[in-house]
Design a protein around this ligand. Structure first.
Ligand SMILES: NC(=O)c1ccc[n+]([C@@H]2O[C@H](COP(=O)([O-])OP(=O)(O)OC[C@H]3O[C@@H](n4cnc5c(N)ncnc54)[C@H](OP(=O)(O)O)[C@@H]3O)[C@@H](O)[C@H]2O)c1
Length: 300
């Protein structure tokens, strides 16, 4: 098969591509960063993920059997907004359908909703609709927070715990999440490439932590247990925004705090992914949070 994966040199796309190449498939990528270090030694040809040129996208997708779409934006910056990301996703999906791509494997988020007041969760619902309406066969996978070597959120919690005398929880930290290992998501995505069925699956790991329990777990494993203090959510956000100035990044957004606190990062389905964050932290305790992972440096 010939498969296109968005962001094959980035995060989840890299794990998905690695598994596809191991199965002997031909993979191309659509990316904004063709000059990122190429972990696949030239085996994956890169094309622009340029939403301003639908014809070019269509041309580059011709001859492709399956598109694996990981494209998202984490937060708004300038013209790069969630509504824009929805329009961009529609352009990509339309280009794939016109190019004759037969199937799309689309990465979404747990609990997307067309009624959500949170632009990310609303946008993810709109993207799913575009995929379902595309005429291509589809699998939609809905992960929660990803963890892995290249992770941002969990890595940066560890980074803060290693450096600060205390850690501020937005609210009481009792809201829940079920993190999922990035390569477990990749395994589900690759299985979805070969399926012929249309389906929508949550992709979550075996643990269901409260946010506070997760931060405690990260602290224990990195030998940096600190007092966890409850702050009013907007004050915790303000503190994160202040610290963002020192790392030239956006550590946390109001929407992320609201999404976390609304218990949107858990699933009602039985977990399909088996790697426990606890085990992974134990194995990676010497590296997780040693250096800061910047979203702005990676994507903007
Ligand atoms: N990371 C998480 O914790 C998490 C949690 C839940 C759901 N998800 C979902 O999982 C999917 C993959 O996430 P990921 O973390 O693996 O993504 P990623 O590899 O960092 O990025 C995936 C693709 O989106 C593009 N992209 C990311 N930010 C962008 C921006 N600001 N402007 C333009 N293009 C941008 C990347 O471009 P380049 O090719 O140029 O890098 C890449 O092609 C997404 O749909 C996301 O919503 C992720």
């Amino acid at each position: 098969m010939k498969i296109a994966v968005t962001g094959a040199f980035s995060y989840s796309g890299k794990y998905i591509t690695s598994r596809l190449l191991a199965r002997g498939e031909e993979v191309i990528t659509l990316t904004n960063h063709p000059n990122r270090p190429d972990p696949f030694e030239g085996k994956v040809k890169a094309f622009p993920l340029n939403f301003n040129n639908e014809e070019e996208l269509e041309k580059n997708l011709s001859g492709i059997d399956v598109l694996v779409n990981t494209y998202w934006i984490r937060f708004d910056k300038g013209h790069n907004t969630q509504p824009r990301a929805v329009e961009n996703t529609k352009i990509l999906v339309r280009a794939a359908a016109k190019a004759g791509v037969k199937r799309i494997v689309h990465i979404s988020i747990t609990n997307p909703s067309a009624d959500s007041h949170l632009p990310y969760f609303w946008g993810k619902a709109a993207n799913e609709k575009a995929v379902i309406d595309s005429g291509m066969s589809y699998a939609i996978l809905r992960p929660t927070v990803l963890f892995g070597k290249e992770d941002i959120l969990i890595n940066n919690i560890a980074w803060l715990l290693r450096r600060l005398p205390l850690f501020g929880l937005p609210g009481d930290g009792s809201y829940k999440l079920s993190p999922v290992y990035v390569d477990d998501l990749a395994k589900l995505a690759v299985e979805a490439v070969y399926s012929k069925e249309n389906y929508i699956w949550d992709a979550v790991g075996p643990d269901e932590f409260t946010f506070k329990e997760m931060v405690e777990e990260i602290g224990q494993n990195t030998n940096s247990q600190k007092p966890l203090i409850s702050f009013p959510p907007r004050l915790a956000l303000l503190a994160a925004q202040f610290m963002s100035l020192f790392v030239n990044d956006v550590m946390l957004t109001p929407e992320e705090v609201d999404g976390l606190m609304a218990n949107l990062l858990v699933s009602k389905e039985a977990p399909r992914c088996k790697t426990s964050l606890k085990d992974w932290l134990r194995e990676n305790k010497s590296t997780v949070g040693k250096t800061y992972a910047s979203e702005l440096a990676r994507h903007f």
